[in-house]
Design a protein around this ligand. Sequence first.
Ligand SMILES: Nc1ncnc2c1ncn2[C@@H]1O[C@H](COP(=O)(O)OP(=O)(O)OP(=O)(O)O)[C@@H](O)[C@H]1O
Ligand SMILES: [Mg+2]
Length: 334
Amino acid sequence: MNSSNSYSVVIKKLSKKFGDFEAVKDINFEIKHGEIFGILGPNGAGKTTTLNMILGLLKPTGGSILIEGNDNVEESEKVKQIIGFMTQETVVDSYLTARDNLRIFARLYHIPESQVEQKVNHALEEANLLSFADVAAGTFSGGMQRRLNLVKSMIQEPKILILDEPTTGLDVQSRVSMWNEIKRLNHEGMTIILTTQYLEEADSLCDRIAIIDHGTVKAIGTAQELKRMVSKGNILGINASEKDEEKVLKLLKSKFGIALVHNNNRLEATIDSDMLGNMAKIAQALDREGINVEAISMHLPTMDDVFIKLTGSSFRDKAGEQQSSMNKVSKYGR
Ligand SMILES: Nc1ncnc2c1ncn2[C@@H]1O[C@H](COP(=O)(O)OP(=O)(O)OP(=O)(O)O)[C@@H](O)[C@H]1O
Ligand SMILES: [Mg+2]
């Protein structure tokens, strides 16, 4: 085994220009066997463009990609058998039954005719769609279509599964069942690469995360490693009215030696864990000075803190609509 296939995927100096616009700029990373690797970034960050290049659907302007040691351009047929892909948009033929949708894909992936029916039945079972096998896919709920889309992308039993925003637009229940399915496939040995706009998804599901913004990789690591980059301690946050902010800054500096700074519409400072016991004292001191604060909180760094540190702006501000849709009922219903 040479060094290149000790990794599942090796990306070197990858870039993509559309005309003069550089959508992906000199990206480098490796994905280990058996990882759930997340590519986290807001709208337009370059996630789908990167995936399409990994899949060989889009020609890079520069750089190279090795999939299990195979160059994805020169050995594209081999790579096609290794990677399964679930697109960002659910693509099923709504006039065909679930069974026929899967049969078409089995043939696209050159599965021997003698094995097609067995593979299709297995996929229907995995998707929990056996009793709907002969119903037109267009009548399915969003969650059912997404499950059909998922098993369709795995019909050739790939080693690597790529999922482009697998849970965007899903209601909470469907999202959780998709997470469980991803974890199950990963436990069975599949390497998973997924993109997401959800901080919580990257945080709880992915072994490692690459944060991308404006086509560049800002940082790569486990959620813990990324959070430690922000701070080894806790973050103290105080929301005060504009007229009181100056008083809060002075008091915290003179009495507690804490230098607060403006961040994301409030005052923040990173403090050591041993300062935790001072929370009550800080609240009392503010009260004694007659300073009314709207909120005072202490928390470990979150993925949003990481994003602010790396890009200078809040992910939630950038992807506010997507984040709030986490809690909305899916447009697909059921
Ligand atoms: N075929 C194309 N021609 C021109 N520009 C493109 C093309 N495809 C993508 N882009 C641009 O490249 C940038 C990255 O797009 P991409 O689809 O990779 O983003 P993304 O991170 O997947 O975003 P989203 O979360 O919205 O899916 C965007 O600014 C997009 O407008
Ligand atoms: Mg995309």
